[in-house]
Design a protein around this ligand. Structure first.
Ligand SMILES: Cc1cc2nc3c(=O)[nH]c(=O)nc-3n(C[C@H](O)[C@H](O)[C@H](O)COP(=O)(O)O)c2cc1C
Length: 250
């Protein structure tokens, strides 16, 4: 059995990677062993510096992550977040989606309402989110109850999307098994149908979900794994309640 030590061995040459991404690779290691011991160092996170509202605290961290450095945000795509959903049986599934809005109620992303994630959210309306911002050694975790955003909000956001993404939303039966080339064929048909101009309506099966949090944790990487963690909590069904804030052991 071959074992590859990532960080312990030179990275593969890009041309090798290109080949392995197009053909199944017989030389892929059967086991990977990660040997990094990164030391994180960011300013200490102190209770006195936290906002009483975690959504405002989140906005402050997101804004800092978006601060430009050399013309680019410090953190690449900080809005990418892991969304975990689960079946009523408890079996979880995770995937990356893009955060589009943080409002006074919660965290909003957009998707296909027939997708696996949407079906899971419809049957079990709880989700968790995780953000990892490597460049600033920060992590944010969220647990909350979900609700669909208003139709108007979905339509407004849909209007702002590039035309190709609008056509894609009509064409792709997200999460369904499809034949090779099938989606492209539907995209071609829809592109013809919609033409080059004129507004494309938001599909009825497409829109936003809002995660209304009852737990939000802020994590700041510190040396020797003695990280700073603060967790905000409030009762699940009481959006008016004060948030309780506790420091957690790393
Ligand atoms: C960086 C990145 C951003 C993504 N953003 C979204 C998104 O905002 N909405 C979405 O539906 N899928 C997005 N996806 C695709 C999802 O990860 C996933 O493949 C898709 O939503 C189907 O998931 P499901 O079958 O679990 O429903 C994104 C993927 C990546 C890697």
């Amino acid at each position: 059995m071959s074992t590859q030590h990532l960080y312990g061995t030179p990275a593969p040459h890009p041309s090798d990677q290109d080949q392995s991404s197009s053909t199944p690779s017989s030389s892929a290691p059967e086991k990977l062993h990660l040997t990094s011991h990164n030391q994180y160092k960011t300013p200490r996170l102190l209770r006195d510096n936290l906002h009483t509202n975690p959504l405002i605290q989140f906005n402050s961290w997101l804004s800092a992550a978006l601060d430009p450095k050399d013309g680019q945000p410090i953190v690449k795509e900080p809005e990418a977040m892991t969304l975990s959903t689960s079946l009523p049986s408890g079996i979880p599934s995770s995937r990356i989606v893009l955060l589009k809005t943080v409002d006074e109620k919660g965290f909003v992303f957009f998707t296909n309402y027939n997708s696996r994630k949407s079906q899971e959210l419809s049957n079990n309306p709880y989700a968790s989110l995780a953000f990892y911002w490597r460049e600033v050694s920060r992590q944010v975790r969220v647990v909350g109850k979900v609700e669909k955003v208003s139709r108007q909000e979905s339509e407004e956001y849909f209007k702002s999307r590039p035309r190709g993404s609008q056509v894609g939303a009509w064409a792709s039966p997200q999460s369904s098994a499809v034949q090779e080339g099938e989606v492209q064929q539907i995209v071609d048909e829809k592109t013809k149908e919609f033409g080059e101009e004129g507004e494309i309506d938001c599909p009825p099966h497409w829109g936003g979900w809002r995660i209304v949090p009852f737990e939000v944790e802020f994590w700041s990487g510190q040396p020797s794994r003695l990280h700073d963690r603060f967790k905000y909590t409030r009762p699940q069904d009481s959006q008016e309640s004060q948030w309780e804030i506790n420091r957690l052991a790393p």
